[in-house]
Write a protein that binds this ligand. Structure first.
Ligand code: ATP
Ligand code: MG
Length: 580
């Protein structure tokens, strides 16, 4: 490819609305352009990268025996009504009507459509297991589209769905997809971690997320120091290092604390540590069917701990999604402001996090405005119904398997594998006959990769102050040949042409920067660094006069001078894939 005839849309200025390095660099290097919020055009250079990611994903999925299909982006409402998601999906699902007033949506995911396909096409155990995938556009009307293609509204996903006669078969394919995902992200050159994830209300340890480690990541992921435990923050459990407690229980005393509006204020005012305070959060309860009631449920946590809302929302007596009681409701039901709440008998139910169950002589709200108790202890009135785990783990906690301590890092979720069980197959009546002719509801797994997000995540991990540093496997070009002062030197033209032709004939993806004198050498160098092409040769009159060609590996500190007569051998080595 000749730069003079290529849409190299590099820009110098950092776009003002781009917060993350990858978003800035994708715009600056001319990979993408914004059309509207969360909608991006992929320019030629960006599309080359995206294609490479897609090819690797497709290759590994095919190797795993998955079968590629392509389903429509536009989906009829009827299928979503059958699973109930037409009602439950909320505004992320973009709905519209056609000219016949029929309801449709843009597919945010394809469980409904694939299950409809499979219920029609597969009816015998002989056709199972089956794993079907596509690499295709999704639309989600995200509440907060941001970071460019990282959280877009329209994006490309590889989504796969597997169908099985039984759990054992689902387990097998799930494991295989876990292995396949590891192979994909390794080939993409990413530093990634699979972590156990919350599988919603389906239960069990049947979901894993694949995270690319990056400080700009939106998610928190948790690992044990010996690597034997990894989970996302929603799911992670850990032990708190034990704190010595006084065995002599004192009598509680009320203290006026009108100036203390936070745990920090309270600790400063009473000269105590947050670890000896209990904070009380109040949420709405639910009945046996899970329906929200007006009753209030208390959640007690140690002062230095934070509530894990995912864990709390799963508690039997807590309404899901989690809803905090507002001040008015608290005042009416409990007779004080939220800041003065503490354990009492007035709650419909109360859960104590394990961090507080062993505390003695602690500080808590006195259920009376501007008043706290010091030296409180658990008893008949200061009580809880159940001890549970409802806190977010913290750096330094003890790993749940007892092996070492936990570290918390940030990650970008690039993949998600999930055992769905019969959630969709039961709703859509996707059944198959077993060996005995008995009809069985199929079990399902689903497996997603954010293909466009992977490109951004890769840049988050591979860049410096000059631009992108592409891993070899997904670089838009392997080699860039920069012509310097070609208008002054015929030799520069012939030598660079010669190398260009040779590289092309050997199958190297090469960009010849033959832009004319209006583009200065400085701009050409800066562009090559910004775009992040792994190998660069500079052909200049001065170096040719010295019988050398300058070579630089993107990301390396030093340049090398190659004797002109060795350049053919150099290109041949490059073509054979050996790193020079
Ligand atoms: P997130 O928690 O980031 O919103 P999700 O749980 O909604 O992700 P899934 O439904 O599991 O995501 O989708 C599979 C994959 O698609 C994700 O792992 C992610 O890589 C990608 N993805 C999801 N939403 C977006 C988006 N708005 N833009 C780009 N990629 C996305
Ligand atoms: Mg989402």
């Amino acid at each position: 490819m000749r730069a003079s005839q290529y849409l190299l849309a590099t820009v110098k200025e950092t776009p003002s609305d781009a917060e993350t390095a990858s978003h800035q660099l994708m715009i600056r290097a001319g990979l993408i352009r914004k059309l509207a919020t969360g909608l991006y055009t992929w320019l030629p250079l960006g599309l080359r990268v995206l294609r490479k990611v897609t090819d690797i994903v497709r290759d590994e999925m095919d190797k795993a025996g998955a079968m590629e299909v392509s389903m429509p982006v536009v989906q009829p409402a009827e299928l979503w009504l059958e699973t109930g998601r037409w009602q439950t999906m909320g505004p992320e699902l973009l709905r519209f009507t056609d000219r016949h007033e029929r309801d449709f949506c843009l597919g945010p995911t394809h469980e409904e459509v694939i299950t409809d396909l499979v219920r029609n096409e597969i009816n015998s155990y002989r056709q199972l297991p089956a794993n079907l995938y596509q690499i295709q556009t999704k639309f989600r009307d995200e509440r907060r589209p941001r970071f460019g293609v990282m959280r877009a509204r329209e994006f490309t996903m590889k989504d796969a769905y597997s169908f099985h006669m039984d759990q054992a078969s689902l387990d097998q394919t799930y494991q295989q997809m876990h292995t396949t995902y590891s192979a994909i992200f390794s080939r993409l050159g990413l530093d990634f971690r699979p972590v156990a994830a919350d599988s919603g209300n389906i239960g069990g340890n049947t979901s894993h997320e694949f995270h690319v480690l990056a400080d700009s990541g939106e998610d928190e992921i948790v690992f044990s120091s010996d690597g034997s435990y990894a989970a996302n923050m929603e799911m992670a459990t850990g032990g708190l290092p034990p704190l010595p407690q006084e065995s002599t229980l004192r009598a509680p005393q009320e203290v006026a604390t009108s100036d203390a509006h936070s745990i920090e204020d309270l600790c400063a005012f009473l000269s105590v540590e947050a670890t000896s305070c209990i904070k009380t959060l109040v949420v709405l309860g639910c009945d046996a069917e899970g329906e929200k009631t007006g009753e209030l449920v208390a959640l007690f946590l140690r002062g230095d701990q934070t509530l894990n809302e995912t864990k709390a929302a799963k508690l039997t007596h807590v309404a899901s999604p989690l809803e905090f009681a507002d001040d008015e409701l608290i005042q009416k039901a409990l007779g004080c402001k939220p800041g003065a709440l503490g354990p009492s008998t007035k709650f419909a139910y109360s859960y104590a996090d394990h961090s507080v169950t062993d505390l003695t002589n602690f500080v808590c709200g006195a259920n009376k405005d501007d008043t706290h108790l010091v030296d409180a202890n658990w008893d008949d009135t200061t009580r809880f119904h159940e001890a549970v785990d409802i806190r977010c783990v913290q750096e330094g906690d003890i790993s749940p398997d007892g092996k070492g301590t936990l570290a918390v890092k940030r990650g970008i979720e690039v993949g998600h594998i999930f055992q769905l069980g019969d959630k969709y197959s039961a709703a859509l009546k996707a059944t198959a006959l077993d060996e005995n002719g008995k009809s069985v509801v199929m079990s399902m797994g689903c497996y997603g990769i954010g293909v466009t997000r992977v490109v951004a995540a890769c840049i988050e991990q591979n860049h410096d102050q000059h631009g992108i540093i592409w891993p070899e496997n997904i670089a838009p070009f392997q080699l860039v040949i920069v012509q310097v002062d070609a208008h002054k030197s015929e030799l520069v033209c012939t030598v660079s042409e010669d190398i260009y032709q040779l590289a092309q004939s050997l199958g190297i993806e090469v960009l010849l920067d033959d832009r004319d004198k209006k583009t200065s050498p400085g701009v050409k160098f800066a562009d090559s660094e910004l775009i992040g092409i792994p190998h660069r040769l500079v052909i200049s009159p001065r170096s040719l006069a010295d019988g050398v060609i300058e070579y630089k590996r993107r990301g390396a500190d030093d340049k090398q001078l190659l004797a002109t007569e060795t350049i053919h051998a150099f290109i041949t080595t490059l073509a054979s894939g050996a790193d020079s």
